[in-house]
Design a protein around this ligand. Structure first.
Ligand code: HEM
Ligand code: HEM
Length: 133
């Protein structure tokens, strides 16, 4: 499905629009909003800055994000339905704004990360001793 006017993700401005649009929806979402707002509170500006760096590193090789992306998710009350909703919003945002190989990479990397997080969260719940805290 192509529509005129959609470009691929090429630069920082594209990443910032993607992240702002996506988290704008997340914050309003009945399922995800309270979880994010509960943890992040008044730290949204720094969370968004971090997510610009994360996606610019994954998609544009910016190298500005170094961190441990999994760790803050381990204690969250989230499972399959939450990740399904997260991915639905993320993929929907990517598709509405962009089109091309980097947009596809964004979609695929999000799916991989969500799958990996779910597996590790499950493992953490059943065998917490297998993680260094
Ligand atoms: C099976 C899948 C994956 C595993 C097991 C994994 C594991 C890890 C681990 C152990 C770290 C280092 C965390 C630390 O320093 O404590 C890391 C960092 C990172 N991961 Fe992954 N990851 C996976 C998939 C992904 C995917 C799909 C993406 C992209 C969306 C991704 C993006 C990153 C980034 C950007 C960092 C930070 C790199 C840095 O610190 O320089 N990872 N990952
Ligand atoms: C339902 C699913 C998810 C929820 C509820 C969630 C929630 C959160 C929250 C609350 C934080 C902020 C933690 C803090 O600053 O105290 C965070 C950080 C983060 N999230 Fe998620 N997240 C979800 C899925 C994902 C997915 C699928 C990805 C990757 C594609 C992702 C990537 C990240 C990264 C990179 C950070 C920053 C970690 C750091 O501090 O370096 N999240 N998430």
């Amino acid at each position: 499905m192509s529509s005129p006017g959609r470009t691929d993700i090429h630069d920082r401005r594209h990443i910032e629009l993607l992240v702002d649009t996506f988290y704008g929806q997340v914050r309003e979402d009945p399922m995800l909003g309270p979880i994010f707002n509960g943890v992040i509170g008044d730290r949204w500006p720094e969370h968004l800055e971090k997510m610009y760096r994360f996606w610019s590193t994954v998609l544009l090789n910016e190298g500005s994000y170094t961190g441990a992306p999994l760790r803050p998710h381990l204690p969250l009350p989230i499972g399959g339905p939450h990740f399904a909703r997260w991915l639905q919003l993320f993929h929907g945002t990517v598709d509405r704004l962009y089109e091309g190989p980097v947009a596809e990479l964004a979609r695929r990397n999000a799916t991989r990360m969500a799958t990996m997080f779910q597996e590790r969260i499950t493992l953490h719940r059943t065998r917490p001793q297998s993680f260094i805290q």
